[in-house]
Write a protein that binds this ligand. Sequence first.
Ligand SMILES: Nc1nc2c(ncn2[C@@H]2O[C@H](COP(=O)(O)OP(=O)(O)OP(=O)(O)O)[C@@H](O)[C@H]2O)c(=O)[nH]1
Ligand SMILES: [Mg+2]
Length: 169
Amino acid sequence: MARLGFSSGSRKIVVVGSAASGKTTLVQKYVGGTPPSEYQQTFGAELFVKNTNEGKKHSLQIWCCGGHERYRALLDQFYIEANVVLVCFDMQSLASFQEVTFWYNEAKRTVPDASVILVGTKADDLDSSIVKIQDAMKVSKDWGIDFRTVSAKTNANVDDLFDLVITKL
Ligand SMILES: Nc1nc2c(ncn2[C@@H]2O[C@H](COP(=O)(O)OP(=O)(O)OP(=O)(O)O)[C@@H](O)[C@H]2O)c(=O)[nH]1
Ligand SMILES: [Mg+2]
């Protein structure tokens, strides 16, 4: 049966995390768009669509949510019927890593059955990351979820991350 508001075969992915952690840039890279040269915050949330033939044919509806505090009260509606939630943080920002607990709890509260993946963004050069990869691995292990690092700048692991997403659908 088709899910409410989605055509048969379409799947919903929600991308959350701190402001300026690189969510929109990551999604734009994946869908084949050109990220803006300067930071432009997402107002509320923005929808991206990607058709894929990986495994089964899917139309991925990727909702990229604005991370600024002022949008948080609005975001509940965007989680509805999500299949996968990407909880993102910036590997160059301890503050964004500290916020992942908030975003993970929001995902569990709003869509308890969705798969959650912890995503460390801006992993352009892992050796110089401020957030230690072991610390992120520990958090993901405690929560029993997958963890991946990506760089939209170097394109490292971007497609691999979404290949993992597709395995969860
Ligand atoms: N070095 C580096 N910078 C990145 C990377 N991805 C994004 N950025 C930069 O980080 C800034 C924020 O990127 P956005 O993708 O707009 O961040 P966001 O998480 O969507 O921000 P909000 O919409 O406000 O929540 C921009 O200046 C990007 O160019 C990356 O992989 N490496
Ligand atoms: Mg954004």
